[in-house]
Design a protein around this ligand. Structure first.
Ligand SMILES: [Cu+2]
Length: 173
């Protein structure tokens, strides 16, 4: 009886040592795998969830932004976006520029990007709330059915002026 107990305990003896080495190793490998998978899938999941597409905010993108500013009229400080034309909106500490002027009931396509640090892009009336990662531009479809003034706000802490970071979209009848 006593012998059996000794054999059993000596047989168990070395096992915990082996598993003690493999448990953190396995955890680290699983963690690395999960991290890699998340990094690979995150942009796809974001695009799918929001039904937005994105592209690199490279020199060509900023050339389009400059052209947008140069080609469109400004009325009361708001850039007029003609129906059918693609609009651009840049987030930067601590504003969304330019202020935009749109027509109610008209679908618009916009490219939104951050020119400096990560910002949030929230347009409650459109059910939009997502993060703007510097270096990427995000395409959003907007259609305001009622005229008025609509606020774009930042939901990602971006520095001292974050609380007062707003943009405005003026929707005309
Ligand atoms: Cu912010």
């Amino acid at each position: 009886m006593e012998t059996t107990v000794n054999v059993a305990s000596s047989a168990r003896g070395p096992r915990p040592r082996t598993s003690l080495i493999f448990i953190p190793l396995l955890a680290a490998l699983l963690g690395l795998f999960a991290w890699g998978l998340a990094k690979l899938l995150a942009p796809m999941m974001l695009a799918e969830a929001l039904k937005v597409t994105y592209r690199e905010a490279d020199e060509a993108f900023y050339a389009e932004v400059d052209a947008f500013y140069a080609q469109n009229d400004t009325v009361d400080g708001a850039v007029v976006v003609p129906p059918g034309q693609t609009g651009y909106l840049l987030a930067q500490q601590w504003a969304y520029l330019p202020m935009l002027r749109l027509k109610a009931g008209t679908p618009y396509t916009f490219w939104v990007a951050s020119a400096d640090v990560p910002h949030g892009f929230t347009l409650r009336d459109q059910g939009l709330n997502f993060m703007l990662i510097p270096g990427y531009a995000y395409e959003v479809e907007l259609r305001f059915d009622t005229p008025g003034r609509f606020a774009v706000s930042c939901t990602e802490y971006c520095g001292l002026g974050h609380e007062a970071m707003f943009g405005q979209i003026v929707v005309e009848p």
